[in-house]
Design a binder for this molecule. Structure first.
Ligand SMILES: Cc1ncc(COP(=O)(O)O)c(C=O)c1O
Length: 453
């Protein structure tokens, strides 16, 4: 009998999150205050985040215990399944063994509740009334709305205009969970109004939506902000994915040669790969770890490694990261979750250290891989992870030529049931690829913040 699913019992849900920072050869550069270019202390972040999350952000402990009430919620869908993609392998006639860790079984349909649940929990413990956030495709907004509904918090979401228009049912899903949703840029904030004044038809970007959500939270002490990616504590929460996958692959009797994931701000990729990188740093395994980003928004492969703002209006601390410039507005590709101008500072640092590789792919190639995957494995992937699938499929095809029995592990971080308009666009032949926008990026990079001292 050939096994498809590798499952864990509920009792095997990890009870700690893994913090990779103490295991790295050097720590990532700290965030800086934009006025002084000095490292920011916890106080600078306190108006936006609960202290428990700020402590996790700067923690040097390797393991951080997952609170009981968070584990209770994780039990609704964790552990998630690891699948061997036997049907896809057969279709590709490849000797490669392809595994995918599927996070689409969560209430929101992606990996995002792994962090929205603890973020809502710590805010609820602090007595916060409301959380604001940004969302692209709507997966993160849905995940936060779900978590807020469980912990009795209000939730207000700025959804990037391009996705708000293209994916109407994501908005409905957020509203079902009780959130209030606005298209971004909106006229509700100074940041939104400034963008609309320049371009009333702006498709928006994650950077603009972050500015709007941060602006509202910073003005009211009963409101805090939550970020769905990029920051250390978000990546930390996602490591439950990789910890489970390590055990599941052990059950399958395999070790990965290639781990591949898509990167918007880097959280699903980090979540799957960090526990494996821990094993690699300890000399026990030696996989290549590869990030895949959209050709229209290639921060790791074409951005500069520099201090920049995390949002468009320049309200966040400066973070050293691969960036295309904080006011870069990516073309409206369907993978809304990958339309971010920057990259997690931790992933950026690890990429610079040589611990991972990266490549960029155009969207039609990714949707082709997504359709092949759906027709063989039966799951319609979210547009974001089709980027990783495109690379996994190419690698497996190469193995078919060389005979190499490579073990490929990929993060299938969400389903695409609410992204069907994107598939309709692809199947109808109307999907376009956007060239790398060199001029727009150069213009944005000319606005990178500069130290005045
Ligand atoms: C399904 C899905 N995958 C990937 C991403 C990209 O984010 P990250 O790189 O943090 O995983 C998003 C972001 O919204 C998403 O919704």
């Amino acid at each position: 009998m050939s096994q498809h699913k590798y499952l864990l019992d509920e009792s095997e849900i990890p009870t700690t999150w893994y913090n990779i920072i103490p295991d790295l050869p050097s720590p990532p550069p700290p965030p800086l205050h934009p006025a002084t270019w000095e490292p920011v202390g916890p106080d600078a972040l306190a108006p936006l985040f609960p202290m428990a999350l700020i402590e996790q952000e700067v923690s040097t402990d390797r393991y951080i215990e997952i609170p009981g009430p968070v584990l209770d919620v994780y039990r609704l869908w964790r552990p998630t399944p690891l699948f061997r993609a036997r049907n896809l392998e057969k279709a590709l006639k490849t000797p490669a063994r392809i595994y995918y860790k599927y996070e689409g079984t969560s209430p929101a349909g992606s990996h995002k509740p792994n962090t929205s649940v603890p973020q809502a929990y710590y805010n609820a413990v602090d007595g916060v009334r409301k959380i604001t956030t940004e969302t692209g495709a709507g997966q993160w907004g849905t995940a936060l709305a779900f978590a807020c509904s469980l912990f009795g918090l209000e939730c207000e979401v700025w959804q990037v205009r391009a996705s708000y228009d293209a994916k109407p049912y994501r908005r409905t899903m957020m509203e079902v969970f009780g959130a209030e949703v606005h298209p971004s840029p909106s006229d509700l904030t100074g940041a939104g109004r400034a963008v609309l004044a320049k371009d009333p038809d702006s498709p928006g970007s994650l950077g603009i939506a972050i500015s709007e959500a941060v602006e509202v939270a910073a003005q009211d002490e009963t409101i805090r902000y939550a970020l769905g990616s990029v920051l250390n504590h978000v990546l930390l929460h996602q490591t439950v994915i990789g910890e489970e996958a390590l055990r599941q692959l052990e059950k399958a009797g395999d070790t990965p040669d290639l781990i591949v994931g898509c990167t918007g701000g880097g959280s699903n990729f980090a979540g799957l790969s960090f526990p494996f990188i821990r094993e690699k740093l300890a000399g026990r395994i030696s996989p290549e770890v590869r990030a895949v980003e959209p050709a229209a928004c290639p921060s790791l492969t074409k951005g500069v490694y520099a201090y920049d703002f995390g949002d468009t209006a320049g309200m966040t601390p400066l973070m050293k990261m691969h960036t295309l410039g904080h006011d870069f507005i990516p073309d409206p590709i369907h993978a809304g979750g990958l339309r971010y101008h920057g990259m997690s500072p931790l992933i950026s640092h690890m990429y610079e250290t040589g611990l991972m590789t990266a490549e960029a792919r155009p969207q039609t190639e990714c949707f082709a891989a997504g359709v092949l995957f759906a027709r063989t494995e039966g799951i319609v992937p979210a547009p974001e992870p089709t980027h990783a699938l495109a690379v996994a499929v190419d690698e497996a095809r190469r193995c078919a030529e060389t005979g190499a029995e490579k073990v490929i592990l990929t993060a299938l971080c969400g389903h695409g049931h609410l992204d069907l308009p994107a598939y309709a666009n692809y199947l109808g032949g109307g999907m376009v690829d956007y060239d790398y926008p060199a001029d727009k990026v150069a213009e944005s990079l000319a606005h990178l913040p500069q130290a005045s001292v």
